[in-house]
Design a protein around this ligand. Structure first.
Ligand SMILES: NC(=O)c1ccc[n+]([C@@H]2O[C@H](COP(=O)([O-])OP(=O)(O)OC[C@H]3O[C@@H](n4cnc5c(N)ncnc54)[C@H](OP(=O)(O)O)[C@@H]3O)[C@@H](O)[C@H]2O)c1
Length: 246
């Protein structure tokens, strides 16, 4: 059975309604997690150097900004911060009276530069790092939060989600990069997955793909998805998946 949750969220100029559906048997001690990614027709998400390139059509850019606007928080890994220096805000040229989501960065070694856009005062930011490196990171608005590591030496995503949930975050948009997306799938923490396929080829053996990390070992480890919808969006195609357990 689906429960309709209607949440009111205030922005400076406007109030908006966020409507999202969550299964009643979902363990609601964590936010609803949506992964969004744009890839080329050959499955790459950046240039072979790792640098960003435009894969989304204008129509898809608008969709992504609207999705950000509707989510309570948007999360990326330190790899994406160091390579792309994203602002992770909603542009008012795409969304009128935008609501800026909380920006979340996973950065175990405290490598977020003090002049990175993500730590400016355009929106609140929470950086998760280890106790050891907590003093190295600073944000203009928000917090730096100590986070335990797993036995694999990465930040514990379950802990991250529980902290965000306690802060009132109910919808979390995970925007990358490759290693972070893998970790969320591997931990079975993804509820929805939007994948835009741009009509282009990038190539390159080392070019980042949608899900990097270690990958699975055998057929029994696959992470199955349920394809809910596909549509042409500008010059590319948008796929919408749900996890099989959601
Ligand atoms: N096309 C798209 O839609 C899109 C969107 C975003 C990014 N990208 C591309 O993705 C690439 C960056 O991906 P990336 O894999 O290098 O970096 P990433 O996924 O952004 O960040 C990975 C880093 O996050 C840290 N981390 C902390 N906790 C983690 C956890 N639980 N699981 C995994 N990582 C954790 C690790 O560094 P520490 O150990 O130092 O913490 C790890 O190396 C760039 O080429 C960028 O352009 C593409």
């Amino acid at each position: 059975m689906l429960v309709l949750l209607v949440k009111q969220k205030k922005s400076v100029q406007s109030k908006k309604l966020i409507v999202h559906y969550i299964q009643s048997d979902h363990p609601m001690n964590r936010p609803h997690v949506i992964v969004n990614c744009a890839m080329s027709a050959d499955g790459k998400i950046a240039l072979p150097t790792g640098k960003q390139l435009r894969i989304s059509s204008d129509e898809d850019m608008k969709r992504v900004y609207e999705l950000r606007h509707q989510c309570d928080a948007v999360l990326v890994g330190i790899g994406t911060i160091l390579v792309d220096n994203p602002k992770l805000t909603v542009k008012d040229s795409y969304v009128q009276n935008p609501c800026q989501p909380l920006r979340v960065v996973l950065d175990a070694q405290g490598r977020t530069p003090s002049d990175a856009f993500v730590v400016n005062d355009a929106a609140e930011t929470v950086i998760f790092t280890t106790n050891q490196h907590i003093k190295k990171v600073h944000v203009q608005r928000g917090q730096v939060h100590a986070c335990p590591e797993t036995t694999q030496g990465i930040l514990d995503l379950h802990y991250v989600l529980s902290v965000l949930f306690e802060r009132g975050i109910r919808t979390l948009l995970v925007e990358g990069g490759s290693t972070i997306i893998w970790s969320f799938f591997h931990e079975h923490l993804v509820d929805e997955f939007f994948l835009y396929i741009g009509s282009l080829i990038i190539g390159g053996d080392q070019t980042p793909t949608v899900a990097g990390g270690q990958g699975i070992v055998s057929q029994k480890d696959i992470i199955p998805l349920h394809l809910c919808n596909l549509q042409q969006l500008g010059t590319g195609v948008l796929l919408h998946y749900k996890s099989r357990s959601s």
